[in-house]
Design a protein around this ligand. Structure first.
Ligand code: FAD
Length: 272
């Protein structure tokens, strides 16, 4: 869509080149959301692709995913063989509404900053214990877990002009076993529920991450795989009914049902 409120698009060499942040400015990543609806309060787009951050950096400690990494690049990534949980990458990359049109341009960071319940890059990086590195306009870089980054439907902890620089996934999480469940009302539709469980092969720790059915990610940690009764009761406490999303893609009651159903399937799969 043509954005008729935009009067300027700037392509700075780095973030420091943006001297003053004004209301009406917006960082431009893949543009798949920015160009999908009127942006009546925005007059200047600041393109972050020109920063040329390396998309994916593999180290013994883990994987650094630049905010500007395209979803398609993550989908094509070849992980070290011991990173079993990297099997989640293609599953989550394909979990967009209208998938391929979006994933060719959308960035991992743009998806996380959108902070929509059905943000599959949020599901992925939250489940793999990701940590966001943020660059505030004035002040030292700060770190916040993906689970804490998203605070609600289309809401997060970013201050005006603050940049999401990268998401770090620790190798310890990437080595885990995983189970993935997702439901959409239509093929290639928006996720109604997306749950991921992980199991630490050394310590037996079980982590369940609930996304899409809830307004924000909810993560439950257990020292070992819990019983069905314990899992259900912890879920009940962690996810009050008001936290289930209500929109055209699913009612809160159906999302709650799917959450219980998939949580139990994941528990069974990872205890096998
Ligand atoms: C047909 C269609 C289907 C879609 N399906 C889904 C879906 O299933 N799930 C879903 O979650 N979304 C969906 N979207 C919304 C959107 O396309 C995605 O969330 C996409 O991942 C956004 O990434 P982007 O790089 O294109 O972000 P952009 O559109 O460039 O930016 C999105 C927002 O994030 C800000 N931003 C981007 N990068 C940064 C950064 N590094 N630091 C700070 N702020 C930043 C921008 O200023 C803007 O406010 C869909 C959109 C369309 C048009």
């Amino acid at each position: 869509m043509d954005l008729n409120t935009i009067t300027e698009v700037v392509r700075p060499a780095d973030a420091e080149a943006v001297k003053k942040w004004q209301s009406g400015y917006a960082w431009l990543a893949g543009g798949t959301w920015l160009f999908s609806e009127p942006q009546i309060t925005t007059h200047t787009l600041v393109d972050i692709e020109s920063f040329n951050w390396p998309s994916l950096v593999t180290t013994p400690e883990g994987l650094e995913i630049a905010a500007t990494c395209k979803v398609i690049e993550l989908n094509r990534y070849t992980p070290p063989p011991e990173w079993e949980a990297a099997g989640l990458f293609p599953k989550c990359c394909r979990a967009f509404l209208a998938s391929f049109k979006i994933w060719n341009e959308a960035t991992v960071g743009g998806n996380i900053v959108m902070s929509l319940p059905a943000g599959p890059m949020i599901s992925l990086t939250a489940a793999l214990e990701g940590v966001c590195k943020l660059w505030p306009r004035n002040g030292a870089p700060r770190e916040v877990s993906v689970t804490d980054f998203v605070t609600g439907n289309h809401a997060n902890v970013l201050a005006p002009g603050e940049l999401l620089r990268l998401i770090f996934l620790p190798a310890s999480a990437l080595r885990k076993k995983y189970a993935f469940r997702r439901f959409t009302l239509t093929q290639l539709g928006r996720s109604e529920a997306l749950l991921i469980g992980t199991l630490c092969p050394e310590r037996g720790e079980f982590v369940l991450t609930v996304t899409a059915s809830t307004l924000r990610p909810v993560q439950l940690r257990f020292e070992n795989v819990p019983t069905a009764e314990t899992l259900r009761s912890v879920l009940d406490q962690a996810v009050p009914f008001e936290l289930y999303l209500d929109d055209v893609h699913g009612s809160p009651g159906h999302r709650q049902h799917l959450t219980y159903f998939f949580a139990e399937q994941i528990r069974e799969e990872l205890s096998a």
